[in-house]
Ligand binder design. Structure first.
Ligand SMILES: Nc1nc2c(c(=O)[nH]1)N[C@H]1C(S)=C(S)[C@@H](COP(=O)(O)O)O[C@H]1N2
Ligand SMILES: [Mo]
Length: 436
């Protein structure tokens, strides 16, 4: 075989053992074109996963110190007031973050497989440039694997790692972003060139018995001692695509009501209550230490007005003007559901408390401990006409309404358009409206 470039030392030196000898890697499918096919898919998809992840951080209200981690030093993002419209905004951004992230897993694994010989390049240190490239690859590969593992464990409710998920996922994201950006800058020309070399469908076209390795490359991806092909490139790419499609099919049901039965990988089971209360529960009343007697003697406490504290029992709340809104709950873990909610507008409660133009509202649950028992809402989130202290819930198709079940926040819960699910506080005990 004639080579256009100087071969790595390991090729001719028989003392270099596997896996560092390039002869270890025999698949005839590996090569810059194949890697670039997976690369271009990731180049299109991963920026969306990154951006929607950062948006989720912003949606948590870092200006109130309630995004996690609260203090991110130099990596502070520009603060914005998260909007309340469109009401499906967080459902879309977070559904994309989790859903697309999962769908890309097979592609990421295939891309890593396609470049694995580089991981064992010999000699390991050749030049300063090569060391820098390997460090950026470490950030890239380590970062993406860390983000995938922590993200998937989180949506599967597995908090067995001994650190805070949000904090780890946030810092891991920046390690990954650093690796990703430098990798794209370094590799973009190679990717474009490799894809062009494949021409329209050149490598895709070959059947298995026509499959030959790509021409020798300077990157060390093409096998120097290839085995005979056992599958064609299009079979490999098709298998990866089918894997992604399967992941997509078993995930989409966590956000699209009609496809709910397909969500076989969701750890949340299938039944959560009766009638309109039959939808996902993130923290159960039992888990939150809320007993069935929570409604006895219940009175919502309103604070912040000039007249001091005001108490409204459920009858008083029910006697106020009731408003109905059809709004999603969209959890940071990717699932979402649309329901019709009815109750008292938050802005009516603010006016009742004597703070008609609140800058913020601090909502406290009756739940004592628990990371999500308290939240600060922005002014626009309090004043939106669809922002409710909900007392009742119905399905998304105009069916009959029922009182909230204990698990969904009886006697009363917050529901605000486009708000991350986590901030739709259940079992609300008090709201403190603040004018500045
Ligand atoms: N008091 C309280 N409210 C809470 C939570 C909580 O742990 N405690 N979990 C939140 C989360 S993470 C989500 S996604 C929504 C889910 O609402 P649901 O359980 O009624 O579906 O409730 C939110 N409200
Ligand atoms: Mo959530």
């Amino acid at each position: 075989m004639t080579r256009t470039t100087e071969p790595a030392d390991g090729i001719r030196d028989p003392r270099v053992p596997p896996p560092f000898s390039p002869r270890t890697w025999r698949s005839p499918l590996r090569g810059p074109w194949l890697t670039s096919v997976f690369g271009v898919v990731l180049l299109a998809g991963l920026p969306i996963v990154i951006l929607t992840g950062l948006l989720s951080y912003l949606a948590y209200g870092p200006q109130f110190g309630q995004a996690i981690p609260a203090d991110v030093g130099a990596l502070r993002l520009p603060l914005i007031d998260w909007p309340t419209s469109p009401s499906w905004l967080y459902r879309l951004t977070q559904g994309l973050h989790v859903g697309l992230g999962l769908v890309l897993v097979p592609v990421i694994l295939a891309k890593l497989w396609s470049v694995v010989p580089k991981l064992f390049a010999w000699p390991p240190v050749r030049s300063v440039a090569q060391v820098l490239e390997r460090v950026s690859l470490l950030a890239l590969v380590g970062g993406i694997l860390f983000e995938l593992v922590t993200g998937i464990m989180n949506i599967q409710y597995d908090y067995s790692f001994g650190f805070d998920f949000y904090t780890a996922h946030y810092w891991g994201a920046w390690v990954f972003i650093g690796g990703f950006v430098s990798h794209v800058l370094i590799k973009l020309p190679t990717m474009v060139r490799s894809l062009r070399s494949g021409g329209p469908g050149r490598w895709l076209h070959d059947a298995v018995d026509e499959t030959v390795p790509e021409p020798p490359d300077e990157h060390g991806l093409v096998a120097v001692a290839p085995s005979p092909p056992t599958m064609s490139r299009r079979t490999l790419i098709g298998t990866v695509a089918a894997g992604s499609a399967l992941v997509g099919l078993t995930t989409i049901g966590t956000t699209v009501d009609a496809l709910r039965p397909l969500a076989v990988l969701s750890p949340r089971g299938r039944s959560y209550g009766t009638g309109p209360n039959d939808f996902q529960v993130n923290r159960t009343a039992f888990g939150a230490g809320i007993g069935p007697g929570v409604g006895d003697g219940y009175a919502l406490v309103l604070r912040g007005g000039p007249a001091g504290e005001l108490r409204l029992d459920r009858a008083a709340l029910a006697a106020m003007p009731q408003h109905t809104a059809t709004l999603p709950i969209a959890c940071v873990e990717g699932w979402s559901v649309t329901r019709t909610w009815s109750g008292v507008r938050l802005r009516d409660l603010a006016a009742r408390a004597g703070v008609p133009e609140p800058a913020t509202a601090f909502v406290a649950s009756l739940e004592r401990a628990g990371p999500f028992a308290r939240v600060t809402l922005q002014g626009n989130q309090v004043l939106d006409p669809d922002s409710l202290l909900a007392l009742r819930v119905g399905d998304d198709a105009g069916g009959p309404m029922a009182d909230l079940s204990l698990d969904h926040g009886f006697p009363a819960r917050v529901i605000v358009p486009a708000l991350p699910g986590v901030h739709n506080t259940k079992w609300v005990g008090a709201i403190d409206f603040r004018s500045a």
